[in-house]
Ligand binder design. Structure first.
Ligand code: KIV
Ligand code: NA
Length: 276
């Protein structure tokens, strides 16, 4: 059965932790959906994981729609959330509503996600008024990397922690259906989670959140180079891929692939007739 905003809300109420993973294509979305993940996030992290950029800032609406469409086809049950890319909602509420609408209509998402607190409440309520569920995103919001001066844990100082709690309350009042809490101390995330009616989905925010999300390349061992402290590697798919590809190269080079079983046969009389 398709998960909805109500499924996630009921999970919070009953203490059934929400599971979310990123996905950016049909094949991966299908596997995660079959595993029973509650929600799939088409994150603008695809700028890094799919497109090889250093951050999310260059990701376009076209990129997001393209990948969301592929994921939506593979997600029979999972609630599909699509990120609004940098500069698709900051300039005006009109932009925000139009671009959120595109992720739903053209991308097939079930909800959109955008970064920020008080400063984006106008956008959140306008998008919700257009009948589109909005997931908010607070804490280490990667689209603000240049303001933070790097990917740094947020909410450690008293002022910053207070501001995050206020922002969380405000985005809920604006109509957000859930909020991602990224890169903040676990105890702060727990306080925010208890204060809110809507579910919190944490990444680098401890176990006190109503759910967890990870970038799948990080948790499956596909990320090249550094992964943050909060990542746990649940499998080494990268190693499996390297082994499989190496074996393929060896088998082609030594002629052991393709063998008889992977080859189409033809009647001998046809062959001898051709040879004449
Ligand atoms: O883009 C993304 O993958 C995200 C998650 C890290 C929450 O926003
Ligand atoms: Na994101």
């Amino acid at each position: 059965m398709k998960n909805t905003v109500l499924t996630l809300l009921k999970q919070k109420q009953s203490g059934d932790r929400i599971t979310m993973l990123t996905a950016y294509d049909y094949t991966t979305a299908r596997i995660f959906d079959e595993c029973g993940v509650n929600s799939i996030l088409v994150g603008d992290s695809l700028g890094m994981t799919m497109l090889g950029y250093d951050d999310t800032l260059a990701v376009t609406m076209e990129d997001m729609i393209h990948h969301t469409r592929a994921v939506a086809r593979g997600a029979n049950n999972a609630f599909v959330v699509a990120d609004m890319p940098f500069m698709s909602y900051q300039v005006s509420t009109e932009d925000a509503v139009r671009n959120a609408g595109r992720l739903i209509k053209e991308g097939g998402a079930n909800a959109v996600k955008l970064e920020g607190g008080a400063e984006v409440c106008g956008q959140i309520s306008a998008i919700v008024n257009a009948s589109i569920p909005v997931v908010a995103h607070l804490g280490l919001t990667p689209q603000s990397v240049n303001v933070f001066g790097g990917f740094k844990v947020q909410g450690k100082s008293l002022d910053n922690a207070r501001k995050l709690i206020e922002d969380a309350v405000k985005i809920q009042q604006a109509g957000a259906c859930a909020v991602t809490l990224e890169g903040i101390p676990a105890k702060l995330a727990e306080i925010i989670t208890k204060k809110l009616v809507i579910p919190t989905i944490g990444i680098g925010a401890g176990s006190g959140c109503d759910g967890q999300v990870l970038v799948y390349q990080d948790m499956l061992g596909l990320t090249v180079g550094h992964t943050p402290k909060f990542v746990k590697k649940f499998a080494d798919v990268g190693e499996v891929m390297r082994q499989g590809v190496s074996d393929y190269i060896t088998a082609v080079k030594d002629g052991s692939f393709p063998s008889e079983e992977h080859t189409y046969a033809i009647d001998e009389d046809v062959i001898s007739a051709i040879a004449k």
